[in-house]
Write a new protein. Structure first.
Length: 190
C-alpha cells in the first residue's frame, strides 16, 4: 500500500490559506511576511520531491499550481511525476499540457484504490477541503507540517471539524529553527 502524505505550511492556530501570496485572503503571503528566512527549515520540501512518487491535489489547488509550478525550477522534480486531481467538475480539457501525466479522480474511493497500487509515496499539497475529506475517510498516513509562529485567525484550516473519534498521531521527526518555525512529522496511528 502506498503512503499518503499531507504536507502543509500551517499557522499555530491551524490556518493553511494563502501561504504563498494567493489573492483573496486577508493575510496572504504569511509565510514570508515578518518571518526571517532560515534555509534549513525548508529542507523537508526538497526531500518531499525526492521521496514522493506522485502528487495528489484538489481541484482548487490544481488550478492554482498548474499555471505556475511546471515552469518553476524549485518544483522541477514534480514536473515529471504523475499527478492526480480529485474533482467532480474538472474535465480532461481543463488540464494543462506542460506538467506531465495527470489523472482526474472522481471520488475518495478512487483515492483509496490509488493507494492500493504499486509505487512510492503520494504527496498532497494545499487542498484544504480535500485534506478534510481524506482525513475523515482515514486515508492520510503521515503529516509533514511546517508550523509558523503566527496566529492568523480566520482562514481555511488543514484539519476537519467533523465530530469524530480521536485520531492519534505519533511524532516521528521534529526540529525547531531560529526564526520560530517548527518541523513536525507525524504518522497516523491506526
Amino acid at each position: 500500500m502506498r503512503t499518503l502524505i499531507s504536507t502543509a505550511f500551517i499557522s499555530l492556530d491551524g490556518v493553511v490559506e494563502g501561504p504563498g501570496g494567493e489573492p483573496g485572503y486577508r493575510n496572504s503571503g504569511w509565510t514570508f511576511k515578518d518571518i526571517d528566512f532560515v534555509a534549513e527549515a525548508y529542507d523537508i520540501k526538497a526531500r518531499e520531491q525526492k521521496e514522493s512518487a506522485a502528487i495528489l491535489l484538489g481541484r482548487a489547488s490544481y488550478e492554482a499550481f498548474s499555471p505556475v509550478w511546471p515552469d518553476m525550477a524549485d518544483f522541477a522534480d514534480y514536473k515529471v511525476m504523475p499527478k492526480y486531481v480529485v474533482s467532480t467538475t474538472l474535465s480532461e480539457d481543463d488540464l494543462v499540457s506542460n506538467w506531465g501525466e495527470t489523472t482526474i479522480l472522481r471520488s475518495l474511493d478512487d483515492v483509496a484504490a490509488l493507494k492500493e497500487t504499486e509505487g512510492g509515496p503520494i504527496i498532497v499539497h494545499g487542498s484544504a477541503a480535500l485534506n478534510h475529506s481524506l482525513s475523515d475517510a482515514g486515508l492520510i498516513d503521515r503529516y509533514h507540517l511546517l508550523v509558523f509562529p503566527l496566529l492568523l485567525g480566520a482562514g481555511k484550516r488543514l484539519f476537519s471539524t467533523t465530530d469524530k473519534d480521536t485520531q492519534k498521531l505519533k511524532l516521528v521527526e521534529h526540529e525547531a529553527y531560529a526564526n520560530g518555525l517548527q518541523k513536525n512529522v507525524f504518522d497516523v496511528v491506526r
